[in-house]
Design a protein around this ligand. Structure first.
Ligand code: FES
Ligand code: FES
Length: 247
């Protein structure tokens, strides 16, 4: 609770100097992300401040709760202190969790709030899923959970206990790539490749469900995935190719 209050204080301290420069605000609503569920102390503080800010600035704000992002912040703090894991284990915070990753069973003792992404990267050394935003906004951390795409940066380990996770490493190999990987290579759909877990896994899950999807359907399915190289057009072409070849 003290950590929550501290984070809330930091968020407030960062926001109010901005509020003093009202003329720099755009006309459209500004989105404020509260990294906790609705109704908690942080949510209440931000919503209480919303009215005053709107009145003072003549600027509307949209408050969005991204529950789980706080776990990300907490775990970023935990990463700074490697001894914390054993301290939390002594305090009984850890839990035994077992899952299947790319066909291999994996069991671990871990803080159940730890994001799946951290375990994939740090413990299993899988670097296909990437840490982009950490708050479910970009899709770079996408993996398949029981065949459905999820954002592993905000998925707690407790959520994946007993489930099946597939990362892009689990799709195919260099010598024997999955057809969707071949399609991305054929269309030269990757630039830096940082974001590729998102379009490849969202695209695969979507087309496997809807093999006759049109280009427009595919473009819509990728909505919400960010690529800083602006390679979206080629990614859509790669998915159109994959749809045609797997129909
Ligand atoms: S890192 Fe998970 S959505 Fe951006
Ligand atoms: S290919 Fe570089 S971020 Fe998408």
């Amino acid at each position: 609770m003290r950590r929550r209050a501290f984070i809330t204080f930091l968020a407030g301290a960062a926001a109010w100097p901005l509020a003093l420069r009202a003329e720099s605000f755009p006309a459209r609503p500004i989105r404020i992300i509260v990294p906790f569920a609705p109704g908690g102390p942080a949510d209440i503080v931000v919503r209480a401040a919303q009215g005053g800010m709107e009145q003072r600035l003549g600027q509307s704000f949209i408050i969005e709760n991204v529950s789980g992002a706080a776990g990300q912040i907490n775990n970023a703090i935990l990463r700074l202190d490697l001894s914390n894991r054993s301290k939390r284990q002594e305090a009984g915070v850890m839990a035994a969790i077992s899952l299947t990753v790319n066909g291999q069973t994996y069991s671990t003792d871990v803080d159940p709030d730890t994001p799946l992404l951290f375990v994939l990267q740090d413990d299993l050394k899988l670097n296909g899923p990437k840490f982009g935003c950490g708050i479910a906004q970009c899709g770079a951390c996408t993996v398949l959970l029981d065949g459905k795409p999820i954002r592993s940066c905000v998925t707690a380990m407790s959520r994946v206990d007993g489930h099946d996770v597939t990362t892009i490493e689990g799709l195919g190999t260099v010598d024997n790539p999955h057809p969707i990987q071949t399609a991305f290579i054929e269309e030269q759909a990757m630039h830096c490749g940082f974001c590729i877990s998102g379009p490849m896994l969202y695209g695969k899950a979507f087309i496997d469900q809807q093999p006759h999807a049109t280009e427009a359907d595919i473009a819509k399915a990728l909505n919400g995935l960010l690529c800083r190289c602006y390679a979206h057009t080629r990614m859509i072409q790669a998915l159109v190719r994959y749809a045609k070849e797997s129909a």
